[in-house]
Design a protein around this ligand. Structure first.
Ligand SMILES: [Zn+2]
Length: 160
């Protein structure tokens, strides 16, 4: 078996006023926030799904059910720590990950360094292993109408 495996993650959350806006492990100042059973951190969710997919371990909802009251409002950083434990227990380490967040406003570029620092700490990997990119959807679709946020991530893991 090849020592390298890749995985992919995709996720969407609604944006509504009256919710905190957690993204990439940090809280953004905005008049809307992401809605979900957990803290709805879409970037962490796609990272978890890419890692789990790479290890062929299903997805985040399989391990942390959105029906389980135990995970209500949970900090997604805890879920990411659990996922890293799972892939390391299976003998893998992160090679690198590359992610894209689709959001109309606010501009994410100023926040990306803080997100990378936070996620590297949570995952116990080098910041250089984590790429975060941001794009708008040019005012099209649910992202463009500021109704939601979407994210994508690919991750490469390797057998230690
Ligand atoms: Zn999610």
């Amino acid at each position: 078996m090849t020592p390298f495996r890749i995985g992919f993650g995709y996720d969407v959350h609604q944006l509504q006023s009256g919710y905190d806006f957690w993204l990439g492990g940090i809280k953004l100042e905005h008049d809307k926030g992401a809605v979900g059973h957990s803290d709805a951190d879409v970037l962490i969710h796609v990272i978890c799904d890419a890692l789990l997919g790479a290890a062929n371990m299903r997805n985040i909802g399989f391990h942390f059910s959105d029906k389980d009251p135990k995970f209500k409002g949970i900090d997604s950083k805890i879920l990411l720590q659990e996922v890293m434990k799972m892939i390391r227990a299976a003998g893998f380490e992160l090679g690198n990950l590359d992610s894209t967040v689709c959001l109309q406003i606010p501009k994410l570029n100023p926040h990306i360094p803080a997100m990378k620092t936070c996620l590297a700490e949570v995952m116990k990997v080098e910041e250089n292993s984590i790429s975060i990119k941001a794009t708008t959807s040019e005012f099209l679709g649910f992202v463009g109408r500021e109704e939601g946020i979407a994210a994508y991530c690919t991750a490469l893991i390797y057998k230690v």
